[in-house]
Design a protein around this ligand. Structure first.
Ligand code: F6P
Length: 340
């Protein structure tokens, strides 16, 4: 067989480990692999190169994606859709492995519905793909944001300030939740809960009163209602660029105005998405890349390799894409247990 592999959407640590998993497993079973450049754009425009185990031997340790990525929607027009089919048949690709989040996998499902032989691997630092317990990229990104919170605490405690850390995550609060819980924030705001200004101010005052500083984590997707910043641009799938709303900065201004406590904010943006993957992400990405090849070899096209408990298995695209996975009540209860 000839495998094709692509990485689409935002990069995250673990992508290279997943690509390596695909290439090594295919090679071990006697198959070859080509990599498409820059996600679906590479399939649409026929940009590919052969991938060998030799080239990828240490890629498990590196962040980003050696294939490049983009937020290209290959089914935006009938012309583009025809180019995708043309590339796959002219390059004689027997199985395509699409590694990505909701948007990339939705495009893969569309290709499958049109007769394409494709399997999926979920990834995203947002951890919001419904069918899998965890997505790789999330653990690494949240580890970075947790370290950022710890560093900010030094300044907050030295200057007796409040500091707001804004993290990514889109409409799901997983990164904020993990950062707030693991980093010991006094208040963590996630999109899953309505913004409660009185409660936030109470928590900040209480923490500052008790030990002279306060730490707040806010997810970029939190809706501050009247205080909401201006909308950013949108990507090819219509998603607003949420960081342009600057919720962290707006929140810091509000806290300072309401409480009189000197307040600063930090938006760490793409720093969260870079750097080497954690052990958890390396192992998960490797297992899912390998599983994707096995699914294809067994003829289970139209499936996505996911983690359920301890096991990796395949589930149909429809099941994998049945809505955004958001932070549930049990996690929120745990989070608030540690807030003043
Ligand atoms: O989906 C991953 C993510 O990092 C989101 O958390 C964030 O809103 C978005 O991508 C940022 O996109 P871009 O890299 O295009 O600015």
């Amino acid at each position: 067989m000839r495998f094709g592999v692509l990485t689409g959407g935002g990069d995250c640590p673990g992508l290279n480990a997943a690509i390596r998993g695909v290439v090594y497993r295919a090679n071990r079973l006697g198959h070859e692999t080509i990599g498409f450049r820059d996600g679906w754009k590479g399939v649409r425009d026929g940009l590919s190169r052969p991938l060998t185990p030799g080239e990828l031997f240490d890629s498990v340790t590196r962040g980003g994606t050696v294939l490049g990525t983009s937020r290209t929607n290959p089914f935006k027009s009938p012309e583009d859709a025809a180019k995708v089919s043309g590339t796959l048949s002219s390059l004689k690709v027997d199985a395509l492995v699409a590694i990505g989040g909701d948007d990339t996998l939705t495009a893969a499902r569309e290709l499958f519905r049109r007769g394409g032989k494709v399997v999926g691997v979920p990834k995203t630092m947002d951890n919001d793909v419904a069918a899998t317990d965890w997505t790789f990229g999330f653990d690494s990104a949240s580890s970075v944001s947790t370290e950022a919170l710890e560093r900010l605490r030094d300044t907050a405690s030295s200057h007796h300030r409040a500091i707001v850390l804004e993290v990514m995550g889109r409409e799901a609060g997983w990164v904020a939740l993990a950062t707030g819980l693991a980093g010991g924030a006094d208040a963590t705001l996630v999109p899953e809960e309505p913004y409660d200004e009185a409660q936030l101010m109470r928590r900040v005052r209480s923490a500052h009163g008790a030990r002279g500083f306060a730490m707040v984590v806010v997810s970029e997707g939190v809706d501050l209602g009247a205080a909401k910043g201006s909308a950013g641009g949108a990507d090819q799938f219509g998603h607003e660029l949420l960081r342009e709303r600057q919720v962290g900065q707006l929140l810091a201004e509000r806290i300072q105005k309401e409480t009189g406590i000197e307040t600063r904010s930090a938006q760490i943006g793409h720093i969260q998405r870079g750097g080497p993957p954690t052990l958890f992400d390396r192992l998960l990405a490797t297992r899912l890349g390998v599983k994707a090849v096995d699914l294809a070899v067994e003829g289970h096209f139209g499936q996505v390799a996911v983690l359920r408990g301890e096991a990796v298995r395949g589930v149909p695209f429809d099941e994998a894409l049945q809505g955004t996975k958001r932070v549930g009540a049990d996690w929120l209860e745990l989070l608030h247990t540690f807030e003043p």
